[in-house]
Ligand binder design. Structure first.
Ligand code: DWN
Length: 408
């Protein structure tokens, strides 16, 4: 469905600055028996709203299609993410003085990867995630989880049952919700008066700076700056009070601390001033991005085409959602990249959306020793290259696609 109003402000002044074409859903991996069947494709454009300063896509795909029908993303396949999440949990237990009378609620709690850290410390938790397999996996490890979408209705139901959250954690979900104001409104309802919300999402500044266009796909409705988060929270009578930056997570992630009452730290005021200075609250900041994305496309096609002309063989690592955007927008078929490897067993045996590379276990790299591996999950470059030291020792090389394609 075409989006004609800003999800935050309702303004119709949505200014498109990037068009990635009509693409298949990034996590809709294809079963072998469906390779000849037509795949759903949707326009993938990105727009800026001057009123909310929110960057957002202009096509809304039903959330059930994105996150319920065979959603394959399990958070526990990244050691780096697991370590980051544990540090976050232990930090909150300490800083908020959490104990057996507290309640920690995580929105999009996936397979329990984060809440399990609170359970181990005897702190009551509630996971909320509409993806049935992930919710089931969480319940199996003792993380009570509701397989539902979160918004005002569910928040009102929980409060009606006498539950209020001392902590609400929303990592990589506030970018994924079609009804943004119901999601934020629900957090306001559920949060205890002296509670804290921590929201983590990739930082739109790094997306622009490092040309991370592949992180744009239909699951990601919004791409946040501190300015857009600040304005969004003020719209809901809440305050953005603190910001933490994690450059190595998902290509550059911010963690925003939000509460009912104003208590802004220097970090917030600093980010808001920097973003205003850089013009991130204006369309001009985003206007030229499309040309830089084009340059990555031609650079990557030249590099891959040149290697293939020399008779080199190329595979890829990471059947990531971002990888689907990259291979489809750039046009990287099996003539250039033969297959993709991935540790997520739920993805193995399936094929990439649109370009249909088969997805194999990572052991294929040593068995097959392709000359080059295109790193589609570049956000985990250090972890993956350390893991694939033997492939490198045997002369294998990785290609990092953004910000400019390079052999490492
Ligand atoms: O917002 C989202 C981000 C956080 O995660 C979700 N909408 C979907 C997902 O996006 P993604 O699929 O691009 O995420 P990842 O985590 O960057 O994907 C990495 C892929 O690489 C996964 O399929 C797992 C795989 N992997 C692997 O095979 N070996 C990952 C690591 C770290 C590894 O060592």
């Amino acid at each position: 469905m075409k989006i004609t109003e800003c999800a935050a402000s309702g303004s119709t002044d949505l200014r498109v600055f990037l068009d990635l074409g009509v693409t298949p859903l990034a996590d809709a991996l294809v079963r072998p028996e469906d390779l000849d069947a037509p795949e759903d494709r949707f326009p993938l454009q990105v727009a800026f709203c001057p009123e909310s300063a929110l960057v957002q896509i202009t096509e809304s795909v039903p959330a059930e299609k994105l996150f319920v029908d065979n959603y394959l993303y399990f958070s526990s396949f990244s050691d780096h993410l697991l370590k980051h999440s544990r540090e976050h949990a232990l930090g909150l237990i300490e800083s908020r003085g959490l104990g057996p009378d507290s309640l920690v609620v995580e929105l999009a709690s996936n397979d329990g990867y984060l809440l399990k850290n609170f359970v181990e410390e005897g702190i009551p938790v509630l996971g909320i995630d509409p993806a049935p397999d992930q919710a089931a996996a969480a319940n199996e490890i003792g993380v009570p989880t509701l397989a539902e979408f979160f918004g005002v209705p569910l928040a009102e139901k929980l409060v009606g049952e006498g539950r209020r959250a001392d902590v609400i954690i929303a990592n990589n979900v506030m970018a994924h919700v079609p009804d943004l104001n119901s999601f934020v409104g629900g957090m306001k309802i559920l949060l205890a008066d002296d509670g804290i919300i921590t929201v983590e999402n990739p930082y739109v500044r790094d997306l622009i700076r490092h040309v991370e266009f592949d992180t744009i796909y239909h699951e990601h409705f919004y791409y946040y700056s501190c300015t857009s988060v600040h304005r969004l929270m003020r719209r809901h009578d809440m305050w953005l009070n603190h910001v933490e930056y994690f450059p190595d997570l998902h290509g550059g992630t911010l963690r925003w601390h939000i509460g009912h009452h104003q208590n802004q730290s220097e970090t917030v005021l600093g980010y808001l001033a920097e973003e205003h200075e850089a013009g991130m609250d204006t369309f001009a900041y985003y206007e030229e991005f499309g040309h830089r994305v084009e340059a990555v496309k031609t650079g990557l096609l030249d590099l891959l085409g040149g290697l293939r002309a020399e008779g080199k063989r190329i595979a890829a690592y990471g059947a990531a959602a971002k990888g689907a955007t990259l291979v489809n927008y750039v046009g990287i078929g099996t003539d250039l990249v033969e297959y993709v490897v991935d540790r997520n067993v739920h993805k193995q045996g399936l094929h990439m959306p649109g370009t249909h590379q088969p997805i194999r276990d990572v052991s294929a790299l040593l068995e097959d020793q392709p000359d080059y591996v295109l790193l589609l999950a570049w956000n985990f470059k250090n972890e993956i290259m350390a893991q694939q030291a033997e492939y490198l020792a045997r002369g294998g090389r990785f290609i990092v696609p953004v910000p400019t394609p390079e052999v490492v």
